[in-house]
Design a binder for this molecule. Structure first.
Ligand code: SF4
Ligand code: SF4
Length: 176
């Protein structure tokens, strides 16, 4: 296994709902086959309908491998985050890339912990979506002091995560 593969297997942030809310299928994908492989493909109601499935991806295994790797959609085949590209090009070492990945994973885990503390156990939803739902539910300000404190911790943690992923992981072309 090469360093790039090791990096992605230690990461999974582009599959687990941290970086993206969904995976969109395009002309190069066989939506029926992806659905038959167990992915919950839905079609949007937009004027130009798009087939997609939600993240966290149900094909992501506990060891961060992809259950449908040989048949994964084009978006999955082609996406390379900024950290991956920087490591591949030698602009940073793979060890530094791994440190960044671990840093983001720790931050995302902390956000999930705070969401659970606030009563959100919907682990099947993407992180950004869970945060927005919590904002809608608690943002009006009717909360006890402890809840308000946890909510402000959550807001800060989300802000810090976004700064890190926008600066290091998204490239201009793939900012959602
Ligand atoms: S976010 Fe980057 S390093 Fe992580 S799995 Fe995806 S491409 Fe690999
Ligand atoms: S299909 Fe595989 S590569 Fe694509 S998001 Fe799911 S786990 Fe990741």
């Amino acid at each position: 296994m090469n360093s790039a593969e090791q990096l992605c297997l230690a990461c999974g942030l582009c599959c687990d709902g941290t970086l993206f809310d969904n995976v969109q299928l395009g002309p190069g994908d066989d939506a029926k086959k992806v659905k038959a492989l167990g992915l919950p493909v839905t079609v949007t109601r937009a004027r130009t309908p798009v087939s997609q499935f939600r993240q966290p991806c149900t094909a992501l295994c506990a060891d961060r491998t992809c259950r449908i790797y040989a048949d994964r959609p084009v978006q999955c085949r082609t996406f390379e985050c900024g950290v991956f590209k920087d490591a591949q090009a030698g602009r940073i070492t793979f060890a530094a890339a791994l440190r960044l990945v671990k840093q983001v994973r720790r931050k995302a885990d902390n956000i999930r912990r705070l969401l659970r503390k606030l009563g959100d156990i919907e682990e099947h939803r993407p992180l950004g979506d869970r945060f927005h739902r919590m904002q809608l539910s608690l943002g009006s300000g009717v909360a006890d002091e402890a809840t308000a404190h946890t909510f402000s911790e959550l807001g800060l943690a989300m802000h810090q995560l976004n700064l890190l992923v926008c600066g290091k992981f998204y490239t201009k072309a793939d900012t959602p």
